[in-house]
Design a protein around this ligand. Sequence first.
Ligand SMILES: Cc1cc2nc3c(=O)[nH]c(=O)nc-3n(C[C@H](O)[C@H](O)[C@H](O)COP(=O)(O)O)c2cc1C
Length: 300
Amino acid sequence: MNMSVTIAGVELKNPVMEASGTFGSGMEYSEFVDLNRLGAVVTKGVANVPWPGNPTPRIAETYGGMLNAIGLQNPGIDVFAKRDIPFLKKYDTKIVVNVCGKTTEDYIDVVERLGDEPVDLLEINISCPNVKEGGIAFGQDPKAVEAITKAVKAHAKQPVIMKLSPNVTDITVMAKAAEAGGADAISLINTLTGMKIDINRRAFALANKTGGLSGPAIKPVAVRMVYQTAQAVKVPIIGMGGIQNAEDALEFILAGATAVAIGTANFHNPYATVETVDGIRAYMEKYGVDDIRDLIGAVK
Ligand SMILES: Cc1cc2nc3c(=O)[nH]c(=O)nc-3n(C[C@H](O)[C@H](O)[C@H](O)COP(=O)(O)O)c2cc1C
């Protein structure tokens, strides 16, 4: 039985990875999960310099999900390259580094630094505000999506996955812009902007007022966007948003995702990723599917 899939020429032993920002660089989770069993490990977003993140509180529970406004706290590329990459290299899995920035130059800086590192794929988080354009996220303007993709591609040594924001009117416009800019793959969805109010304190639940909604509550939106994107572009798709188990992951694969990522579920079930790998295998055995590639986009 074949469970391996290929993203931009990089072969993953199975289609399951965890989603950026929910797993550190795997260090804490390696006590629970054998990282060798994952198709890839995706790191928390890294910038060219350390980012302190947002004031607290920056997490709030919601029905079927959570809001977060961590603010992409990260130690910066220097510490990351010294600490996280050597740790991940010990494992037989692919390394995907998630990159964030406030300007095009920030992204290029990180991507260039990663050029000489043993990293397999770059995932570019374009849900970050573009400070030179009044703070609108790169991923909310098709011209900016194409431009940032082109700029990153011109400097990247590894294949580039563009991670789309779902906070847009038509996801296919953004997916096509990323493809036009030269993206090797697309991942989606990032979190949906939300808000929660604490009625007892009569205050916003998050110090940042708004936060990103993730978890099972967003899954139907994510499946719909993955399906629409699969109809619109030719590049492979990594699907995510509310995946908790193999059944959820298979929905994304049948909708057109070549691989899947598990985020929020890790917080309440640290075994969610490996259980999903086992569950996909059990599904394939049950239905006599010899090659996972036969399931990708099988629902038209
Ligand atoms: C606490 C937290 C931190 C996150 N940090 C990042 C990040 O650094 N970069 C990024 O591209 N996405 C980040 N995300 C978004 C996730 O990778 C994922 O796209 C989203 O949460 C949807 O998947 P899920 O419902 O399985 O969590 C973060 C999500 C959460 C909950």
